[in-house]
Design a protein around this ligand. Structure first.
Ligand code: ADP
Ligand code: MG
Length: 243
């Protein structure tokens, strides 16, 4: 089966610092991949390269059959195919929840407003936030804002969803509602790559866990393999901090 996403020997440097040092990764349709690793290991950079927020220095990145690392690629077209949620500051504060959710569909995909709003309202309804549609983001809790950000990311039916530590800025009691939504998306077959430090969640939801160490994939496997029987000394050292 062809991969939704494929990274081949991806290198990324910031100045003199090599941050990604030859990453190879293929993500299959409907697969959920958890990226774990110490702070600074390159998780966010990897996700940012996939979303073309950073340009890679060597290697290739494929979104299905399209080489999106080709500098001639249309960045907007690629981004319309990939949903992204970051740690924080996701929503545009000056526009209402509904407009946040419909913006990409209207601007990039040129979906008529009424149609985009109907889709957005149905999604907000599903996550129990339809009554917040006309609020500004700052009237919502952090957990509600992140759920809106996720809804916004999937409103355009992207082929791939990238999640970067989406719960790390939340109060602990708000984490569950966000993770429950991710689990629902997985159950619907969404293809997801998520950087996370929620090891219990990764263990629970990920089809595959990838341990990144200083810009290299040191070890990958099923959640049971990585959490139950890590092979690499660095993986063991990293995981021991979460036990
Ligand atoms: P992680 O998400 O795993 O914590 P990052 O991808 O954020 O790691 O960072 C990896 C390394 O790249 C770190 O050493 C970080 O300081 C560096 N880095 C990230 N973004 C930049 C940038 N825009 N300019 C320079 N260095 C950066
Ligand atoms: Mg990060």
């Amino acid at each position: 089966m062809s991969a939704v996403l494929r990274l081949e020997n991806v290198h990324k440097n910031f100045g003199e610092s090599p941050v990604l040092q030859g990453v190879d990764l293929a993500v299959a349709e409907h697969e959920v991949v958890a990226l774990i690793g110490a702070s600074g290991s390159g998780k966010s950079t990897l996700l940012r390269c996939v979303n073309l927020l950073e340009q890679i220095d060597d290697g290739r990145i494929w979104l299905r059959d399209d080489d999106i690392s080709d500098p001639r690629v249309s960045v907007d077209t690629v981004r319309a195919r990939i949903g992204v949620v970051f740690q924080q500051f996701n929503l545009f504060p000056h526009i209402r929840v509904l407009d946040n959710v419909t913006l990409a569909a209207r601007r990039v995909l040129k979906t008529p407003r009424a149609e985009a709003e109907a889709t957005a309202l149905a999604l907000l309804e599903r996550v129990g936030l339809a009554d917040k549609a006309h609020e500004f983001p700052d009237r919502l809790s952090g957990g509600q804002q992140q759920r809106v950000a996720i809804v916004r990311a999937v409103a355009t039916s992207p082929e791939l969803l990238l999640l970067d530590e989406i719960t790390s800025a939340l109060d602990p009691q708000l984490v569950t509602e966000v993770l429950d939504l991710v689990r629902e998306l997985k159950n619907e077959g969404t293809t997801i790559v998520m950087a996370t430090h929620e090891m219990a969640f990764a263990r629970d939801i990920a089809d595959r866990v990838v341990f990144l160490d200083a810009g290299r994939i040191a070890e990958e496997g099923t959640a049971a393999q990585i959490f139950g029987d890590p092979q690499h000394e660095r993986t063991r050292a990293f995981l021991s901090r979460y036990l």
